[in-house]
Design a protein around this ligand. Structure first.
Ligand SMILES: [Zn+2]
Length: 68
Protein backbone atom coordinates (compact mmCIF):
# COMPACT_ATOMS: atom_id res chain seq x y z
CA UNK A 1 0.00 0.00 0.00
CA UNK A 2 1.60 3.19 -1.14
CA UNK A 3 -1.42 5.35 -1.45
CA UNK A 4 -0.77 8.98 -0.72
CA UNK A 5 -3.21 10.57 1.60
CA UNK A 6 -3.76 14.17 0.80
CA UNK A 7 -4.43 15.91 4.06
CA UNK A 8 -4.55 19.32 2.48
CA UNK A 9 -8.05 20.55 1.92
CA UNK A 10 -8.61 21.45 -1.68
CA UNK A 11 -10.76 24.49 -1.97
CA UNK A 12 -12.88 25.02 -5.00
CA UNK A 13 -14.38 28.15 -6.42
CA UNK A 14 -18.14 27.85 -6.17
CA UNK A 15 -18.59 29.80 -9.34
CA UNK A 16 -15.97 28.26 -11.63
CA UNK A 17 -15.47 24.88 -9.98
CA UNK A 18 -11.73 25.41 -10.21
CA UNK A 19 -9.18 24.47 -7.61
CA UNK A 20 -7.98 27.54 -5.80
CA UNK A 21 -4.34 28.45 -5.89
CA UNK A 22 -2.43 29.61 -2.89
CA UNK A 23 -0.99 33.03 -3.47
CA UNK A 24 0.74 35.58 -1.31
CA UNK A 25 -1.20 38.77 -0.95
CA UNK A 26 0.15 41.90 0.63
CA UNK A 27 -1.89 43.31 3.45
CA UNK A 28 -1.25 46.67 5.00
CA UNK A 29 -1.56 46.60 8.72
CA UNK A 30 -0.70 49.52 10.96
CA UNK A 31 2.58 50.87 9.62
CA UNK A 32 3.76 47.64 8.12
CA UNK A 33 3.09 45.43 5.18
CA UNK A 34 2.29 41.83 5.77
CA UNK A 35 2.29 39.00 3.34
CA UNK A 36 -0.56 36.62 3.83
CA UNK A 37 -1.08 33.50 1.84
CA UNK A 38 -4.59 33.45 0.52
CA UNK A 39 -6.44 31.14 -1.80
CA UNK A 40 -7.26 32.66 -5.09
CA UNK A 41 -9.31 31.41 -8.00
CA UNK A 42 -7.24 31.39 -11.20
CA UNK A 43 -10.38 31.92 -13.22
CA UNK A 44 -12.21 34.85 -11.63
CA UNK A 45 -9.42 36.05 -9.29
CA UNK A 46 -11.72 35.89 -6.33
CA UNK A 47 -9.84 35.65 -3.08
CA UNK A 48 -11.03 33.15 -0.55
CA UNK A 49 -10.23 33.68 3.07
CA UNK A 50 -9.93 30.60 5.22
CA UNK A 51 -11.68 30.37 8.52
CA UNK A 52 -8.48 30.75 10.51
CA UNK A 53 -7.62 33.93 8.73
CA UNK A 54 -11.12 35.32 8.68
CA UNK A 55 -11.48 34.83 12.39
CA UNK A 56 -7.99 35.99 13.20
CA UNK A 57 -5.76 38.31 11.27
CA UNK A 58 -8.27 39.89 8.96
CA UNK A 59 -10.61 40.63 11.83
CA UNK A 60 -7.73 42.28 13.64
CA UNK A 61 -6.94 44.33 10.58
CA UNK A 62 -10.53 45.43 10.18
CA UNK A 63 -10.85 46.23 13.85
CA UNK A 64 -7.74 48.36 13.82
CA UNK A 65 -9.05 50.25 10.83
CA UNK A 66 -12.33 50.96 12.59
CA UNK A 67 -10.53 52.29 15.61
CA UNK A 68 -8.80 54.97 13.58
ZN1 LIG B 1 -13.72 31.44 -9.72
Amino acid sequence: MNEQTNTTTVWMCDKCQKALMSQKVKVRYLEGNFEVELLKCPECNMVFIGEDLALGKILEVEKSLEDK
